[in-house]
Design a binder for this molecule. Structure first.
Ligand code: NAD
Length: 353
């Protein structure tokens, strides 16, 4: 029995999480698997009910399950709260409490949407790589930090154990894919990057089957848009990953399509990368594919059932190939379908596969 905590959150969160849960239910029935899915409040919904964005009860539940499925949090209603009370602060606290040190974002192009990208179809078609970003170290957290009238300063610092564990996770991911890892740094300028590079090479000793390539971050930004097909797995530090994962995601299409996983030693959280989309919330218009694909990542990384993850991706692909599009990915001449309609199609394609 796998224990999932679902935290739908705010805005379109409950709509897209409901779609994802229908997919999990369909898979449970099809494969004879048992899941316990417990729903908890988080974000604005929790603030309205309990006066805090993240209660101890929700946090405890997240610490005592196999995987967390999160929709999205925030919205105009809670925008004017003080910084420490905002949904973003609760999200950072949740990630920190769960010790989620790696963020995984796939950049996968669905054939049916190859024309939706800003890149030419022949450059993009067949792109399928994973960006692994270190999430809890580096310049976003290093001390000292601050600014005064005359100076501003931050510190980029990595501990050996932080680089070792993210490198190991990246090599493990590469072993399950095409066994090619690109480590992105700025070792020609930053000592901290040279340190990163040395340790990644040390860890490589345990993974002789994986081909390892170092790439400077400026070159990597160019290569991702020049020839994205060359990549299989990318690993990089927090700052560079923040930027490169957005570039990598967006070359493949809309926000509504992009899943993510945040992984720690003993916890994992899966969520679409988009926000709560207040402009379309409650109108059955949201694209649930990012959240459904986040479930695919959950099956692959937490439940170690890559075959089922592939079934989910195939059902999404088939649904898109059948011409169904929510408004965010529809061409002007298409009739856009609702969240419910596209979920119906994904579920029925899953059952039929
Ligand atoms: P957003 O991602 O919510 O929306 C940006 C645009 O993309 C909107 O036009 C929206 O309609 C569209 N969009 C997003 N997801 C979509 C989907 N699944 N289907 C169809 N269209 C989709 O970003 P925003 O407008 O900058 O932020 C809105 C709220 O979400 C803010 O309160 C922000 O703080 C919060 N937010 C939360 C998270 C999170 O929970 N991880 C991430 C980003 C933003």
């Amino acid at each position: 029995m796998f224990k999932i905590v679902s935290i739908p959150g705010d805005g379109i969160g409950p709509e897209v999480v409901a779609s994802a849960i229908r997919v999990i239910d369909a898979l449970a029935e099809k494969h004879g698997l048992e899941f316990s899915i417990e729903e908890h409040l988080f974000g604005g919904a929790s603030y309205d009910a309990h006066g805090e964005m993240l209660t101890d009860e929700t946090l405890d539940a997240c610490k005592n399950c196999d995987a967390v499925l999160l929709g999205a949090v925030g919205g105009p209603k809670w925008e004017n709260l003080s910084h420490d009370k905002k949904p973003e602060a609760a999200l950072l606290k949740l990630r920190k409490e769960l010790g989620l040190f790696a963020n995984l974002r796939p950049a996968k192009v669905y054939d049916a949407l190859v024309d939706a990208s800003s890149l030419k179809p022949e450059i993009l078609s067949g792109t399928d790589f994973m960006v692994i970003r270190e999430l809890t170290g580096g310049i976003y957290f290093g001390q000292p930090r601050g600014y005064d009238e005359t100076r501003g300063w931050n510190t980029m610092v990595y501990e050996r154990y932080e680089v070792e564990r993210i490198a190991r996770l990246a090599f493990d991911a590469a072993m399950k894919r095409k066994k090619r890892l690109v480590s992105i740094d700025k070792a020609n300028v930053l000592e901290c990057s040279q340190f990163w590079r040395n340790i990644v090479h040390e860890v490589h000793g345990d993974y002789p089957e994986v081909e390892l390539l170092d790439m400077y971050v400026d070159n990597a930004a160019m290569q991702i848009v020049r020839d994205p097909k060359q990549f299989d797995v990318i690993v990089t530090k927090n700052l560079f990953g923040d930027i490169l994962s957005d570039i990598s995601g967006m070359i493949t299409g809309s926000l509504g399509m992009l899943p993510s996983a945040s992984i720690g030693t003993s916890h994992a959280l899966y969520e679409p990368i988009h926000g709560s989309a207040p402009d379309i919330a409650g109108r059955n218009k949201a694209n649930p594919i990012a959240t459904v694909a986040s479930v695919a990542m959950m099956f692959e990384h937490t439940f170690c059932m890559k075959n089922i993850a592939d079934e989910i991706y195939a059902a999404i692909e088939k649904t898109l190939a059948g011409g169904l599009r929510t408004a965010d990915i529809a061409n002007p001449e298409d009739r856009a379908v609702s969240t419910t309609e596209i979920t119906d199609a994904i579920v029925s394609n899953l059952k039929a596969s």
